[in-house]
Design a protein around this ligand. Sequence first.
Ligand code: NAD
Ligand code: MG
Length: 395
Amino acid sequence: MTTLKVTVLGATGSIGLSTLDVIARHPERYSVFALTAFSRVAELKALCLRHRPRFAVLADEAQARVLQADLHAAGLATRVLVGCGGLCEVAAHPEVDVVMAAIVGAAGLRPTLSAVQSGKRVLLANKEALVMSGALFMQALQQSEAVLLPIDSEHNAIFQCLPTDYSRGMAAVGVRRILLTASGGPFRKMPAEALVDVTPEQACAHPNWSMGRKISVDSASMMNKGLELIEACWLFNARPSQVEVVVHPQSVIHSMVDYVDGSVLAQLGNPDMRTPIAHALAWPERIDSGVSALDLLRIGQLEFQAPDDARFPCLRLAREAAEAGGTAPAMLNAANEVAVEAFLGRRIRFTEIASIIADVLEQEAVGAAGCLDDVLMADQQARRLAGDWLGRHGR
Ligand code: NAD
Ligand code: MG
């Protein structure tokens, strides 16, 4: 068996580390080609010493020089590259077989697109990239040899429950609707009045999953589910009305597909991202992920509830952006990124995340997303408007 060379974009993050954990279990199948990080230099250095990649990428030139000298002194031949150019280079490098796209936010868009355009097997965790550039991203996929496999646990579950020709459209393959499950996050039972005072620490303490801070806040506001709704529409050629959100607090069913004959297929498992990562790495084969077997007798009960749009308006805002199309999802995403950062920096209240996004979407008209520049300009404009809001109301 030839070993597949893997680039891990966002190697120091929660998904990046889980990916390296799965890869390390199968040295005969996978080798690490490149590892990238934003600012955690010490962590990236430790990962390089362990996995000995051909390339490492950092955002800052001076930090990259120090890392290069350190790795050289340690006897490694790893070359350290810098910035977005470096990320795109290791995503598109001719020797790379697999790219794990696990950078958080819009920063991952260009490198993820580069991987798609160069025909890689692309493991997509970076949902923001697809939400922003939807049609362009899917067009690039069709025009290349790339294979796109979803890492988001819900989308990985849906992928596993759909027939292989799902790109023909949901109705054509006999699907009535996709049931996108949501844990409901840490504030699922919190009364609306109390949401005003929640802290970043509370928002980041997810009941079932251990994740990066941005997606943890998104899960608490349910914007994560909103982004996932848009993601599902692009990945599976579905209309927003064909995707229904179901709150399922145990996070054991990772999503379901409801067929016209009344069959509902679900994928279940412990809430551990190594399962979808291993699935996508080995697809269509199966490999050990290190995740323990599901113990249904211990879990005992599975519950389902309707989402509450009144307490979690982000879900509604995302659905509206999905229906509006064009640049609306890119604006929604950009406003949300600015708002989440402001919340984590204690400049705004939790409930103001939705206020900022609604304000930005009201002010800026939706345009066509015909090329990447349209998307990037909408992203920049939404960030400016969100910044103005912070200037007026933020602390
Ligand atoms: P994280 O914050 O733990 O890690 C993010 C990674 O991206 C880090 O390696 C960081 O160095 C890098 N990064 C951040 N900003 C960057 C920038 N400007 N330029 C280059 N690199 C940058 O995040 P995470 O939880 O691992 O999530 C990563 C992505 O996967 C997100 O899009 C998230 O929505 C998605 N996702 C995560 C989970 C999960 O369980 N953690 C589940 C589903 C989807
Ligand atoms: Mg998810």
